[in-house]
Design a protein around this ligand. Structure first.
Ligand SMILES: O=c1ccn([C@@H]2O[C@H](COP(=O)(O)O)[C@@H](O)[C@H]2O)c(=O)[nH]1
Length: 273
């Protein structure tokens, strides 16, 4: 998907919501466990109910890998379902990959070509040659971890490397890489106070923002400095939406949560016009 397609979906839906599909069999409604593929049944119901309010879906691969081959098959079915039924919706494989170039090119093929995701999250730690194999794919997006939502982000990411913090070095250095126009970045909603500085370095790039909902990040705070003329944000909530209920009404309850966030997003977008 091109960035223009993503922006046009955001404008149409007045939403920059990404729904995280982090499926845990201990948390989904018990009646679904009788289904042949409970993970896919759950995802399908959540996607069908929430898609009017969301512009992106983000399965975190850990939640599928944890169930072995069966889990991976559920992931394949989920991305196929999204691509066939909602091709205008942006898809993110939250896999946090990155390795020596030769290996990264296999990861890129797996997520972009075989599975057909629009984007994949990657860790910057191994540098340029670990990321460029992802960036080589046209109309695919590589989402680089910059400043993550967890407490451990302060262990390395905010430490000074010379005059500036490591996350700033990541942002600046990555702009020099080949096909850097295919980069997006991850910045946690719990780090809203950093957005002003971050936007000085990447004024127009899309930022994937996890951490509202269960992790307590604040949407308005993120938008204060995070929004760009083209919106430039994809704000993710996983548990806060998909586990709104664990009864037969789970999909409707997820839709209510997603709609509430979409309405808040619309009000913010209306306010900056
Ligand atoms: O900095 C980061 C990077 C990724 N994540 C992932 O996003 C979702 C958040 O889930 P919630 O249930 O909405 O808290 C999850 O898949 C994380 O692994 C993140 O939280 N922070």
């Amino acid at each position: 998907m091109t960035t223009e397609n993503l922006i046009s979906e955001i404008r149409k839906k007045q939403s920059f919501l990404c729904v995280g599909l982090d499926v845990d069999l201990d948390k989904i409604p018990e009646f679904l466990l009788k289904e042949e593929d409970p993970i896919f049944s759950f995802n399908k119901a959540i996607i069908d109910a929430t898609h009017p309010y969301a512009v992106a879906y983000k399965p975190n691969t850990a939640f599928y890998e944890a169930y072995g081959l069966k889990g991976w098959k559920s992931l394949e079915k989920t991305i196929k379902y999204l691509n066939e039924n909602y091709p205008q919706i942006f898809t993110i494989a939250d896999a946090k990959r990155g390795d020596i170039g030769n290996t990264s090119s296999r990861y890129a093929k797996a997520f972009f070509k075989d599975l057909g995701f629009d984007s994949v999250t990657v860790a910057p730690y191994m540098g340029k040659d670990s990321i460029e194999p992802f960036l080589a794919f046209e109309n695919k997006h590589t989402i680089l971890l910059a400043l993550t939502s967890n407490g451990g982000a302060f262990d390395f990411q905010t430490k000074l490397t010379g005059e500036e913090e490591l996350y700033k070095l990541v942002l600046k250095t990555s702009k020099e890489w080949s096909n850097s126009e295919n980069l997006m970045y991850v910045v946690g909603a719990t780090k809203a106070e950093y957005f002003a500085e971050i936007r000085k370095i990447i004024p127009n790039s899309f930022i994937l923002v996890p951490g509202i909902g269960a992790q307590g990040g604040n949407l308005k705070e993120v938008c204060k400095y995070g929004l760009t003329d083209n919106v430039g944000l994809l704000v993710n909530s996983s548990r806060g939406i998909i586990y709104a209920s664990n009864n037969t009404d789970f999909a409707e309850a997820a839709a209510v949560e997603a709609k509430n966030i979409q309405l808040e997003m619309k009000a913010i977008l209306d306010g900056v016009r």
